[in-house]
Write a protein that binds this ligand. Sequence first.
Ligand code: FCB
Length: 465
Amino acid sequence: MKFAKDFIWGAATSSYQIEGAAYRDGGGSSVWDMLGRQAGKIANGETGEVACDHYHLYKNDVALMAEIGLQAYRFSISWPRILPDGAGKVNQQGLDFYSRLVDALLEKNIKPWITLFHWDFPYALYCRGGWLNRDSADWFADYTQLVVDKLSDRVSHWITLNEPQCFIGLGHQDGVHAPGMKMGVSEVLLAGHNALRAHGQSVQVIRAQTKTRSFVGASQASIISIPVSDHPNDIEAARQHMFSVQEKHVFNNAWFSDPMILGHYPEQCVELFAADMPTIYPGDLECINQDLDYFGVNIYSGVHVRATEANGFENVEKEELPVTAMGWPVTPEALYWGPKLFHERYHLPIVITESGMANDDRVDNGKVQDRERIEFLYKYLGEYARAIADGVPALGYFLWSLLDNFEWAEGYRKRFGIVYVDYETQQRVLKDSASWYKNLIAKHISESLQDAETATDKNQTIECI
Ligand code: FCB
């Protein structure tokens, strides 16, 4: 596997999934707190109220990151923790928490990558219409401004939204994620449009207000289309499939990324959604379409596709594929075709902002032997390296996740971490995959240093000659 010497190796988490202490220290509640109070919405009636108690244990967790050798850490800010009502009154303790976290990371030489929104939408703003309210873009811009004012002297890397496909699609259309709504298509599209406007305004605020050079993107959810063979027809079928939309749902690869990067909604969707399309006011698309520094994408799995004579492409069910504890098929080639096809369409360097697997991990004699995860990472990263070797510019990789955590509607039963969390005692145990990742990062750094030395030696030789 060959990665550029400045390639970034990191791990990711999100506020609601790890922090806990949702109601303490002056913070407000979010739509996920609201969903947690509704019977039957989350497995075993669990909530993020305590989670990994990272709010109190962050120093310990940063020490673990340093032990693994992470170069970057992607985490999110809880909007209601710093603005209890979502707008207006500021909770200074909340802001100070993130400031301390950033300092602790920098002290260990770990670059903070901040996600501004990873789904914990302020409950108070939900009561004012949430993403359906056109003002939501201004609320998000004001919140961005507060964070940027406080942290951009030390933070340069920003992710505006995490997976609008999920918080709009699963949250407002399917009702399985917070706020748990099953709305009609036109309301879903309106909420999505306002979230896109919020992204655009947020990027503008970051660019205008940052105190250091900013590096900005968003994280998209994905379903990667993998051609069943190397035949050009199957590859073309996968390309078509990857950006096509077959049903009236926003969980697809183009609906959010096209307006952000290409400046318009995908035509095929506009036709399909027809009368359900939201009103697009003059200036909306220009606002959404901001220059981004990278294409951030979360890749877990893919579907196989082949060419057909009739309509161009079709899905191929591969029954023999192994699945993770989430039931998601293990398809390493997703990390080849995803970066390749996204780069082809959007012409931005790729950052994998999440990838990883849930596994039935358990502690045995003080160890967690998650061989399945190591094999998964090895195969997926091999495919990512192959995409890079084929010319796809790629800047980094964030493993999901640093810690086992609250996996949304699945509660705590799905373990994604490379660090095991005992939720009774809050003890952390580094899994075998954490040691494997640590070796990979160390090897990458030492090889990069050697390459740099060889290059310097060569230059010196040339100079001497
Ligand atoms: C992604 C989410 C992340 C985590 C992983 C497993 O969709 O962004 O928070 O739940 O899935």
